[in-house]
Every structure is written in structure tokens, then in C-alpha cells.
Design a binder for this molecule. Structure first.
Ligand code: FES
Length: 489
């Protein structure tokens, strides 16, 4: 293992090889920039997994770092001398078992390895001890008979003496009255509309939400000027106005870098920052936590190098992913398509846009002027890996497009960004007792009785809850035009 620093570079080890990267980025981005995107494998079929959410919400980037298993490498800063390893040794029977699983797919539905055999207890024990390990889940590779075993890990059984084990303190913040979760444009407007004391909470250190940093970078870009894109210019204007308005309300306390991670009934929240857990209760909760990336159902939607716009913004803005000169396929519609493409372009990437929604005339003209490749009338059929750093997307004509019945088109790129309507973030309102219903036209599950991008109701204990913005199915383009009460104008 090497632990030398070369100039302004960090040296770390992956799979026994010494690699270097720039400082101040994450392990996942350091690996990506070294040509390694495959970070783990799915349990059932052993499919390759890479960075997916870049937010700590999935399991795609779990690796063993300095001997500690299950480290989310999209959130872990790379450090000098770090030892990074893949942690999944693969299913016990390897590809043959996976082949059987794929042939008998209906007998082994998605998630069978954690949904089945939970009752009775004796079956659960058989499952945990005998069946689950077949998938490769939960095995420390060097403790198995697998020929894919990895080098020994340090003993982490005594956490109290291990400096690598994080000890998380917890603090009770008490009853905060009105809590607004999410300080995007919608959340800031909601906070400003309250007359009483408000605590506005967001996982980002400053107010603005998931797109703020991307919009602010573009507003300063001289190569990809934001005013060329009406939808982005108006979102930036709304962002600046909402931030200006926020500071004029002394009744609002902003707490940044704090993420809501759980809700407990009747009116409790668990929040965390990098080092601490906090608990708090509320009288009124205004939920503006936005939406999650949704790539849609197509073969290859889990291919490493395929991501949604929110993951892209984090990788580019937070982690500094280097994309200069790379070919990027940006596919889909809505504001996120234009924001992703413009941001990538401002950082020197070559853009190949496949637009699946009509409209956006000013944006289309700007794209043509900037020399982006533009394609319309196609829908995405499949994405495949083409080596460790390239993907190939196959498209078919949209059913409404005249043309040969079976013609299709293939486009290659370094990576792809799929921009579709996001999935409303509903987990904590649901944990608190809000009844949900599936509404595919609003992106997935939203609170029942959601109307016009907003919901207002009572939790089972009688406490008030409002759900607004993308968490209630509104589109980001619409949010720039909402009133302070959260209604779409
Ligand atoms: S948790 Fe790291 S990519 Fe999702």
C-alpha cells in the first residue's frame, strides 16, 4: 500500500493498486476519475452497480474502506493512504445460480432475499443462515470459503476501542413549533408565509435547494449564458427573490446541514448532521423535501454511468467531478434537462441532447447556437455498458412519429443523464401517518387529497401537516411561479 503524497494529489489504494486523485472529493468520484465506475453488484443477478443517487439514499456505492464494510463512498471524502475494496464476493454459486434466478425470475421476485421467510422464526433463521448468504449479502468476504475472498479486515467487534467507529451523540432540540423541511424555493416561500416562529431546515449548508448551486454557477458562466435559457433564467430569478425575501423575516431561523432522517408518531423528527443526531417535535410540519431522481423503466437503467439530474448536480457541484471534453447524453425533458445540459456545457462537456418533450423554443435555439447535438422524436429503449467508461443508448421512434416501423438509433457517450419527473419524497410524512396514494402522473406516491401541487391535513395525533412543491408532485418549472402560500399561480 502506498501512502505518499505527490504534489497536490492524494494517493490511495483500490484492489491492491495505487491510484491518485485530487484532494477534496469523495471516494466514488476519485474512482470514477480513475476509470472505475463499477463499485458493487446487485444481490440477485450480480449486476454491476455504480454511483446512483450520490446522496446516501441507496446501496449502490457501498464498499469496504480501511477495513470498514458498508461505507457509502459517494459521501466519504477520499484521504491519503485510504484502502478501498469492493465488498461483495458475489453469490456463493456465482453466475450459475444467477442464471437459474434469471430463468426462474417469477419464482424469485425482486427483493425475495429480504421479504421472504420472515415468519415463522425457525424459517427466518434458516433463511438468514442458509439462503440469504447465497446472494453474497452480509458475508465478510475473507471469512468465507469463496475463491474471491478479499484480504483480512481489522477486528471491528470492539467499537469502544476502535477510532474508526463513529460515535454519534444525540441532542433533544425540544418542541420547535412550526418546522419547514426543505429550503428550496418552495420551502423558503412557505417559511415566509408563516406568522409565528419558524425553523427552516435543509441538508444543504445554505438555503436554495438542490438546484441552487447549479443555477448560481450558470449565472456566472460566460460561456453558457443563463439568459439564453428562459426556464433557467426565470428559475434563477425566483431563487434570488426567495433568498432575498427570506432574510427579511426575523421569525425564521435557518438550520443548514441538517437532514431529516426519520419521523416518529405523533409529532417527532430525527435529524442528523455529519456528527450528531437530533430529535425535535413540532406543532405544525410543512414538508418541502422535494423529489428523488427517477430514471424510468428500461433495460440498463442501473448501468454504472447512468444517473439522474440531482445526482449529476451533486457530483459536479459538491464533488467537483471533472467532465471537460467528455461526451454526455442528456435525455428527457423539463427544466432539469436544460439545467443539466447547460451546467455540463459550462464545464466543458460535449452535449448530445435527446429531447422527449415539446416546447422550450428559446432553449432549443440556444442549444443550436452552442453547437449541441439535438435529436427529437425518439424514446429511450435500452442502455448498455461499452467498456469501463462508455455507454451506448438505443432509441426507437416515438409511436406518434412517422417513420419506418422498426428503425432505431444508437448513440455512444461517456455517460448519460436521464431527466424525468422526480419521485416525490414522501417517506417521513408516511412514517408520521399521512395516507398516500399512487398517482403516476405526479411521479409516484403523494398524500391522498393532494391538489394542485399541495396538500394540507392532520396527522393521526391531530398535528397539522402541509406538503408542498415537488414533494406534492409539482414540477420544478411550476415552483418558480408559485405564490407564498404554496399554490400554483
Ligand atoms: S448512497 Fe451512494 S450512490 Fe446512493
Amino acid at each position: 500500500m502506498s501512502s505518499e503524497t505527490t504534489g497536490n494529489q492524494v494517493t490511495f489504494t483500490f484492489a491492491g493498486k495505487s491510484l491518485s486523485c485530487r484532494p477534496n472529493t469523495t471516494v466514488a468520484v476519485a474512482l470514477w476519475e480513475n476509470g472505475i465506475r463499477e463499485l458493487s453488484h446487485s444481490h440477485k443477478y450480480g449486476r454491476a452497480r455504480g454511483v446512483s443517487c450520490a446522496r446516501g439514499h441507496c446501496t449502490s456505492c457501498l464498499m469496504r474502506v480501511d477495513g470498514i464494510p458498508n461505507v457509502r463512498t459517494c459521501h466519504t471524502p477520499v484521504q491519503q493512504g485510504m484502502v478501498v475494496e469492493k465488498q461483495d464476493a458475489g453469490a456463493f454459486y456465482g453466475p450459475p445460480l444467477q442464471k437459474v434466478l434469471s430463468i426462474g425470475g417469477n419464482l424469485f421476485p425482486v427483493g425475495f432475499y429480504y421479504k421472504w421467510f420472515t415468519q415463522p422464526a425457525v424459517l427466518s433463521r434458516v433463511f438468514l443462515d442458509q439462503i440469504r448468504p447465497l446472494t453474497g449479502v452480509g458475508r465478510i468476504p475473507d471469512l468465507t470459503r469463496s475463491t474471491l475472498a478479499l484480504p483480512s479486515a481489522p477486528d471491528v467487534s470492539d467499537a469502544s476501542n476502535n477510532p474508526q467507529i463513529e460515535k454519534v451523540e444525540s441532542t433533544n432540540l425540544g418542541n420547535l413549533g412550526c418546522i419547514v423541511i426543505g429550503a428550496g424555493i418552495s420551502g423558503m416561500k412557505a417559511a415566509c408565509a408563516q406568522d409565528d416562529q419558524v425553523t427552516l431546515i435543509d441538508e444543504h449548508p445554505v438555503p436554495g435547494g438542490q438546484r441552487a448551486s447549479a443555477l448560481e454557477t450558470l449565472a456566472k458562466s460566460t460561456s453558457t449564458r443563463i439568459e439564453r435559457f428562459d426556464v433557467l433564467a426565470s428559475a434563477h430569478k425566483a431563487l434570488v427573490a426567495a433568498k432575498d425575501e427570506l432574510v427579511s423575516f426575523p421569525n425564521i431561523q435557518f438550520r443548514g446541514g441538517l437532514k431529516a432522517v426519520a419521523g416518529y408518531r405523533p409529532n417527532g423528527l430525527v435529524l442528523r448532521n455529519e456528527t450528531h443526531l437530533f430529535t425535535a417535535t413540532f406543532d405544525r410540519l410543512i414538508w418541502n423535501a422535494g423529489a428523488l431522481d427517477s430514471l424510468g423503466l428500461f433495460p440498463g437503467n442501473d448501468t454504472p454511468g447512468v444517473m439522474g439530474p440531482r445526482a449529476l448536480f451533486r457530483l459536479l457541484q459538491r464533488d467537483g467531478l471533472e467532465v471537460k471534453g467528455q461526451r454526455v447524453l442528456v435525455i428527457g425533458g423539463g427544466m432539469d434537462l436544460w439545467l443539466s445540459a447547460a451546467l455540463l456545457s459550462s464545464k466543458g462537456a460535449k452535449i448530445n441532447l435527446v429531447i422527449t418533450e415539446s416546447g422550450y423554443q428559446s432553449e432549443v435555439s440556444a442549444a443550436v447556437d452552442l453547437g449541441w447535438q439535438l435529436t427529437t422524436g425518439l424514446e429511450l429503449a435500452e442502455i448498455q455498458n461499452r467498456g469501463s467508461q462508455a455507454i451506448e443508448a438505443t432509441f426507437t421512434p416515438m409511436s406518434s412519429t412517422p417513420g419506418p416501423a422498426h428503425s432505431h438509433m444508437r448513440l455512444q457517450a461517456d455517460f448519460a443523464v436521464i431527466c424525468r419527473r422526480g419521485k416525490p419524497a414522501y417517506d417521513i410524512p408516511y412514517q408520521l401517518g399521512t395516507k398516500l396514494s399512487a398517482q403516476p402522473d405526479l411521479g409516484g406516491f403523494v398524500a391522498r387529497e393532494t391538489r394542485m401541487g399541495a396538500f394540507s391535513g392532520k396527522l393521526p395525533g391531530g398535528h397539522e401537516i402541509q406538503i408542498q412543491g415537488e414533494a406534492a408532485g409539482a414540477l420544478p418549472d411550476q415552483i418558480s411561479q408559485t405564490t407564498s402560500e404554496g399554490e400554483l399561480s
